[in-house]
Design a protein around this ligand. Structure first.
Ligand SMILES: Cc1cc2nc3c(=O)[nH]c(=O)nc-3n(C[C@H](O)[C@H](O)[C@H](O)COP(=O)(O)OP(=O)(O)OC[C@H]3O[C@@H](n4cnc5c(N)ncnc54)[C@H](O)[C@@H]3O)c2cc1C
Length: 350
């Protein structure tokens, strides 16, 4: 999708329901932009349980969560859409309706990007995932992007640098293994001797420790960050002996996992109940026209936090999004089995 193309639906959240929105919108000829705070597509499926099987997707007896996200991406491949990761939607403003046209929404992201469309779909699940900050450190964000990071955005940033990674889960293990060969030195710090990540990756990490490509520091916790404008080092405290030692380093990556937070959504004047957005069950629209809420983020009588429920909700919501884009026009309805345009795009020929 060309960035200057007209957008019909801004989708906040690239979890399964956000992804399926692109499909349903695409069937009606509507274009979406997907924005997600995470560094990857797939929402909870990708972030919390990629290897866990899912058994309740209709027609799919078994799929891991990662496979499910892959299948959804394959399903939306024929359609024009764009994805913006590592960006949180922070604010939303309305340009009032003009004669014959619905109002337009403009969202602004944490990166300062703006997107405008007649419809906003909040498919924000349990809210945005926020990285956990290191405990007992006053204002660790002081060094954010100046030697401190909570995710790896560009691997090349760590080439020939002295890198310290904190954490004991999959991300900490994965990135230690991944960066060990390109960093000048790599130290992995964890407060326990046991790791919570995949045993196979832990074994790879231990092999790299044996090869002296990784220095392993357990059981250690962070004591203090040092630096003036940028990070120059970090002090560690041995959990058992209480001894303090200081490491010199250029980059620190804190991989302590993620907290789920409703985030800026609470400030958008939407009607909430139990930290979820109230919607009707005809259009899945919020109390504000043109803003829809689909998937785990919404609330209505009988709501279940299941992927298939989110798929149903967004299918119906997209019908109304079409009406806001083309007031007065009939929503084109047709089965995908007889959608020749889609078959052409998919390369399916008789
Ligand atoms: C361990 C576990 C197992 C599960 N097993 C099943 C199962 O077997 N079957 C099933 O149907 N369901 C299962 N679920 C539930 C299922 O994962 C959710 O119903 C589904 O992920 C909801 O999809 P979603 O797209 O609504 O939201 P999510 O998957 O939560 O995605 C929302 C996305 O929105 C992003 N976001 C939020 N706020 C913002 C913002 N302001 N700006 C930018 N991005 C934002 C978040 O970063 C996130 O990536 C399981 C859940 C868990 C935790």
């Amino acid at each position: 999708m060309n960035e200057n193309d007209k957008i019909d639906i801004i989708v906040i959240g690239a979890g399964p329901v956000g992804l399926f929105t692109v499909f349903e919108a695409g069937l009606l000829g509507l274009k979406c932009v997907l924005i997600d705070n995470l560094d990857k597509i797939g929402g909870q499926c990708a972030e919390l349980y990629p290897e866990k099987p899912i058994y309740d997707i209709p027609g799919v007896p078994f799929q891991t969560a990662e496979e499910h996200v892959g299948a959804l991406l394959e399903q939306i491949r024929p359609f024009d859409y764009s994805v913006h990761l590592n960006e949180r939607v922070d604010s939303i403003t309305e340009r009032p309706a003009t004669e014959g046209k619905s109002s337009t929404w403009t969202v602004t992201t944490s990166e300062g990007n703006t997107f405008s469309a007649h419809n906003v779909f909040i498919a924000a699940g349990a809210g945005s995932f926020e990285p956990r900050r290191p405990p007992n450190i006053e204002n660790p964000d002081k060094f954010l992007n100046k030697g401190v990071a909570y995710s790896v955005r560009e691997k090349k940033l760590y080439t020939n640098k002295d890198v310290v990674i904190f954490g004991g889960g999959d991300s900490a293990l994965d990135w230690s293994v991944e960066l060990a060969h390109q960093a000048r030195s790599l130290t992995l710090v964890h407060r326990r001797d046991d790791f919570r990540g995949a045993p196979n990756t832990e074994k790879l990490m231990q092999d790299l420790v044996a090869e002296e490509k990784i220095t392993l520091k357990t059981p250690y916790v962070i004591e203090e960050l040092s630096g003036d404008k940028t990070i120059t080092g970090v002090s560690l405290k041995n959990f058992e002996t209480k001894e303090i030692e200081t490491l010199l380093c250029d980059e620190i990556i804190f991989l302590f996992g993620l907290n789920k937070k409703l985030g800026p959504i609470v400030d958008w004047n939407l009607e909430l109940e139990n930290k979820k957005i109230l919607v009707d069950t005809e259009k899945f629209e919020t109390n504000i026209e043109g803003i829809f809420a689909v998937g785990d983020i919404n609330e209505y009588p009988g709501k279940l936090d299941l992927i298939l429920c989110g798929f149903h909700e967004t299918t119906l919501a997209v019908q109304h999004a079409f009406k806001r884009c083309f007031p007065g026009e009939r929503v084109p309805f047709g089965y995908t089995t007889s959608n020749t345009k889609l078959q052409k795009k998919l390369g399916v020929t008789e």
